[in-house]
Design a protein around this ligand. Structure first.
Ligand code: F6P
Length: 455
């Protein structure tokens, strides 16, 4: 009997959990005597004359380069996608046939699943979700039907039909990569806090997440004074009032702002730039700086001079963009474990003959986390579009600009045991290992290149 051969690719922005997911896929494939071919640099691999691939399990044993404890992706990633309207699809079809794949697992987010739709007409495809933004999923099963397209509005609008949701209503509770991103953010804010406190400054910390405020919400573990998420329009008067009040009391303030935060008229606070990925994603930059400028422009009545005697007013505010450190480095235990589980589930789904499905991570108050799946179409609105999941209103207290009680309930299952003893031990033993001073960094790209074949 011919052994099955499954392809796997990683697409879109990287996360620290990608190698863990690849590991889960390959380990499950080994159990099933299935070959796994890694495609290099996401969908870009399928658009050339030759496809660069790596056999990830020769003789059904996992190659050593797949280390679930290492961030990034040994397969490389790109934001390239396949345009179903163009002739590219012929090239993709030819390449997939040449590789003799029985199916393809795409590890990615909303952009990846959109591109996967076209490929699912050619070969069975399954999505293994990943994204630090935690925006691939639904707040409740029927949510895509609650998107409307009012004639006056340029974009579709979400009218959440459910004021309150339960934790077990959430479809794909958390995506691999999110927990590590929050871990990085929380550590950064802890460090920013003490300098803000010492120098009596207002720190504005910008975090990633595009239009979704999950990373900003997770920052609540660092106890910032205010959290601003893109889902709720910025109320500058209110924020100014609260900043002034708190500054008088504690002589410093820490504000966390999600990069996609919006003004009341719907305009983004920072600069935006279109990207070419299939989710129509936008690149955000500068929301933190813009917010600091706005607040500083409003607070010109000597408040800072009075409390920071001798210091220039212009230095009262400082902004820090945590940036790509959120996306990189060693994944914490939650991401390693569930990243691998999601990978294993994706492999099972494809081996069982499913197509156009996504593996998911579900949570139940009685039984905890378990992997499950859904048909990709269940994520699509009536016009066929997949939207980034937004923070549900019940997770955020807009008046206090803080996590709500339900938000606390949401975060706890993810973060209570998110860090394993080996994460701590790794830091203790490796961060200042003397070898780091003598050895050059050995890139996995160099090792993987030795295994790449062009088909
Ligand atoms: O989607 C993941 C993400 O990290 C977003 O949070 C962020 O806005 C974007 O990617 C940055 O993309 P790039 O690395 O292409 O600038």
């Amino acid at each position: 009997m011919k052994r099955k051969r499954i392809g796997v690719l990683t697409a879109g922005g990287d996360t620290p959990a990608l190698n863990a997911t690849i590991y889960g896929i390959v380990e499950e494939a080994n159990r099933r005597d299935t070959e796994v071919l890694g495609l290099i640099r996401g969908y870009a691999s399928l658009l050339g004359d030759k496809v660069p691939t790596v056999l990830l399990n020769p003789l059904f044993s996992t190659i050593p380069e797949i280390d679930p404890c290492v961030g990034g992706t040994i397969l490389g990633s790109s934001r390239t996608y396949v345009d179903p309207e163009s002739t590219e699809l012929h090239t993709v079809r030819r390449n997939l046939e040449r590789l003799q794949l029985d199916g393809l697992i795409c590890i990615g987010g909303d952009g990846t699943i959109n591109a996967m739709q076209a490929l699912a007409e050619i070969t069975p495809c399954v999505l293994a979700p990943k994204t630090i933004d935690n925006d691939l999923g639904l707040n409740y099963a029927g949510e895509p039907n609650d998107w409307t397209r009012p004639e006056a509005a340029a974009d579709a609008v979400l009218q959440n039909s459910r004021g309150r949701i339960g934790l077990d209503d959430i479809v794909n509770y958390a995506t691999p990569g999110f927990a590590t991103a929050v871990f990085v953010v929380v550590q950064s804010i802890d460090r920013i806090r003490t300098t803000a406190e010492s120098h009596r400054r207002v720190a504005v910390v910008e975090v990633m997440g595009r239009q979704s405020g999950y990373i900003a919400l997770g920052a609540a573990y660092a106890q910032p004074d205010f959290i601003l998420i893109p889902e709720v329009a910025l109320n500058l008067d209110d924020l100014e009032y609260r900043v002034r009040h708190l500054y008088e009391i504690q002589h410093h303030v820490v504000i966390v702002v999600g990069e996609g935060v919006r003004m009341a008229d719907g305009s983004e606070l920072g600069a935006t730039e279109k990207t070419y990925d299939p989710a129509g994603n936008i690149r955000y930059s500068g929301a933190g700086d813009a917010l600091a400028d706005l607040l500083q422009g409003r607070i010109q009545d000597g408040l800072f001079e009075r409390i920071r005697t001798g210091e220039p007013t212009g230095s009262a505010f400082f902004t820090r963009k945590i940036g790509h450190t959120q996306r990189g480095g060693r994944p914490i235990q939650f991401d390693r474990y569930y990243g691998a589980q999601i990978g294993g589930k994706a492999m099972q789904l494809i081996a069982d003959g499913n197509n156009n499905q996504a593996a998911t991570l579900q949570y139940s108050g009685t039984s905890g986390f378990e992997v499950s799946s859904l048909t990709a179409n269940r994520l699509r609105d009536p016009w066929g579009e997949i939207h980034a999941r937004r923070v549900h209103p019940s997770l955020y207290d807009a008046e206090r600009m803080q996590l709500s009680q339900f938000g606390r309930e949401y975060l706890q299952p993810i973060f209570t045991d998110a860090i394993g003893w080996d994460d701590v031990e790794f830091m203790r033993a490796e961060t200042f290992s003397p070898g780091n001073l003598t050895n050059c960094f050995q890139s996995v790209n160099v090792d993987i290149r030795k295994r790449i074949r062009l088909s």
